[in-house]
Design a protein. Sequence first.
Length: 219
Amino acid sequence: MSTISWSAEFSAINCYAKIMEPCNYNINITFDDESLTPEDQATAFGRIRHLIKDLYQDSIFIWLGHPLLPTLHKKLDTKLVTLPFAPNNYCIGVTTWYKILSMGQGRVSLTNVDVSCDKSDNICIHIDQDMAMEDELMEELAMKNWNKPAWWFRPTPTTFDVLFKKKGQNVMEYHEAEWSEWLQWEQEPDKVEKKKKTENNVVPLKKNWKPEVIKGDKS
C-alpha cells in the first residue's frame, strides 16, 4: 500500500438561482492505494483523473432542484454535474469524495479532498473522513426516495441525474455510462463485507445494492 497525492485544475460554470458564473478550480486528492496489482493501480488512478480532467472540465455544476436543469439537460447533457445543494467548494468536495470511493471499488481509501476556486478568493475547503461521514450530510446525500443510488454512489463514469415533469408526474432520469476498455478492471472486485470496525470507508459492493457507507473506526 502506498499514499498518493495528486493536484489538478479544471474550469467549470456554477449555475445559481439567477446567474451562471465561470470558475477556475483547484483540487488536491490524497489517497491510499489498496490495489493488489500494478494494473489495478493504474486503472484506479485513471478513473480519478478522468473524473476531474474529463467529466468536471468545462462542465456545469447545478443543484438537482434548479428549474433550469431539464432545459440544460436537453442541450448539454454530457457536461452536467448535478449536486444535492447549490454549487460550492464544500458540496463539490463531498460528492467527489464519494464518487472516488465508488469508482475505486475498494482499490483506494481517501485521506482528504481539498477544493478551492478563484471566486472564493482561493479559500480551500478540506474534506476528510470525519467531515464526509457527518450524519446530517449523509442524510443530504442519501436520496432515500430514489430508485437508484445517486451518481456519487455509483461506480460508473456519470456525474448527473435529472428530475423532470412528464404528464404531470415527477420522473427521475438516471444517466448511465460505461468505462472505456482501458479503465476496466481485469478482474471484478471482491464483495466488501461490512464489519463492526473497518479501517476503510468504502461503499459496499453487492447485487442490487443501495447507497450505504461503512463508517471507519474513529478511535
